[in-house]
Design a protein around this ligand. Structure first.
Ligand SMILES: Cc1cc2nc3c(=O)[nH]c(=O)nc-3n(C[C@H](O)[C@H](O)[C@H](O)COP(=O)(O)O)c2cc1C
Length: 375
């Protein structure tokens, strides 16, 4: 009897490069966007802190280093100390950071953000609650006038966005993308997760508008898709665009955003030229019922989007990915195309170099020559 021919599929692992358009990310580790609240002059300018924070993760071998939520306009900052990209004056300091990240062989990416009705709060280590005008706060924008229900019972005055406001904010995203390109970023990620402005339009929990930007699924996705379309139009054709979403609002007791809508939205985003969906969760309302945040607690959502979308859109999983074997198996089992790692990168900027050692893959990473004697 002749032996049957066995075809072994080429399986990607944590150290397989990922090509999107003309960009090749050297491995599947992405530094998740993480606010540093460190523009002490409250001017959106990258400081020595941002410089060291982002550059050292590139030295640590992450294939993709994403900035924190970077505000496209001052009203869109979570706190006054947020990083900004609303002015050409922000480009120079960022360009220094992207050049260094590239020198390490890593890909620099920027998350473009608008905090909507969750803007104007103190930074977390100063309480995180709404700031009044005397303390440097401002009135915020949302799909309706309903403010975010902050834990301390305070409300930030919230303005329902007019059609003119929708155009203004869309243009802010476009101008921000143009600046991000000038600053040398290879990827921009449109932040449509965590209860910030674009998520506030997606979710029926916060979007109760009765015009064409509210109502059914088509209405609620209209503004986020318009932003995506406008960003894609100015972002160079050969560079990828990512979108971060909350796969679910974790509000099963009411009409809310859920994984089925996320799958449909991912396909729609792909139609508009989005290359990658970064799959997070929650943030729209404090009543959310969080799942037990055990290892990879959100990976199942990324996996469903990967399997159930009609498009070939790439997908990233985030949420309590901390161990090299876990990150590697997320890729090997085809659950996601990228392991997105947040807090573990705060504990260990050299996560990727350590993972290569643990997994016996030192040959797959390039240790900076200055540090080779240690690895
Ligand atoms: C300090 C800190 C700041 C964060 N800032 C952002 C942010 O700017 N944009 C964003 O999309 N998510 C932000 N997040 C969420 C993380 O990107 C990530 O999705 C989350 O921490 C779960 O991943 P992890 O378990 O690997 O930390 C932040 C998380 C932390 C801990």
């Amino acid at each position: 009897m002749p032996h049957a021919t066995v075809t072994v599929a080429m399986t990607a692992d944590l150290f397989t490069p990922l090509s999107l358009r003309a960009t090749t990310i050297p491995n599947r580790v992405m530094v998740s966007p993480m606010c540093q609240y460190s523009c002490d002059a409250r001017d959106g300018q990258a400081t020595a802190w941002h410089s060291q924070h982002l550059k050292s993760r590139a030295v640590g071998g992450a294939g993709l280093v994403m900035t924190e939520a970077t505000a496209v306009e001052p009203r869109g900052r979570i706190s006054p100390e947020d990083l900004g990209i609303w002015d050409d004056a922000h480009i120079e300091a960022l360009a220094d950071i992207t050049a260094f990240i590239r020198q390490q062989g890593s890909i620099p990416a920027m998350q473009l953000a608008h905090a909507g009705r969750k803007a104007s709060t103190a930074r977390p280590w100063e309480g995180g609650e709404p700031l009044d005008v005397e303390a440097g706060g401002w009135d915020v924008l949302g799909p309706t006038e309903t403010p975010y229900p902050h834990r301390n019972g305070e409300a930030v005055p919230t303005q329902r966005m007019s059609h003119a406001d929708i155009d203004t904010v869309t243009q802010s995203f476009v101008d921000a993308a143009r600046r991000a390109d000038e600053a040398g970023f290879e990827i921009v990620e449109v932040h449509a997760a965590h209860g910030y402005l674009l998520h506030e339009f997606l979710s029926p929990v916060t979007n109760t508008r009765e015009d064409e930007y509210g109502g059914d699924f088509e209405g609620r996705i209209r503004f986020p898709l318009a932003v995506i379309e406008a960003v894609r139009a100015v972002w160079p054709d050969d560079k990828p665009v990512f979108v971060r979403i909350s796969a679910t609002d974790w509000l099963a007791d009411r009409d809310a955003w859920d994984i089925e809508q996320s799958i449909d939205f991912a396909d729609r985003a792909a139609d508009y030229g989005v290359d990658f969906i970064d799959v997070s969760g929650g943030g729209i309302h404090p009543d959310q019922q969080l799942p037990a945040a055990g290892p990879g607690y959100q990976t199942g959502y990324a996996s469903r989007i990967k399997r159930e979308t009609d498009s070939e859109i790439a997908v990233g999983a985030v949420g309590a990915i901390t161990a090299p074997e876990q990150a590697d198996s997320t890729i090997r089992t085809g659950q996601a195309d990228m392991a997105i790692i947040g807090r573990e990168h705060l504990r260990d900027p050299y996560f990727t170099l350590h993972a290569a050692h643990t997994l016996g893959r030192e040959d797959s990473v390039s240790v900076p020559p200055q540090y080779r004697r240690a690895f």
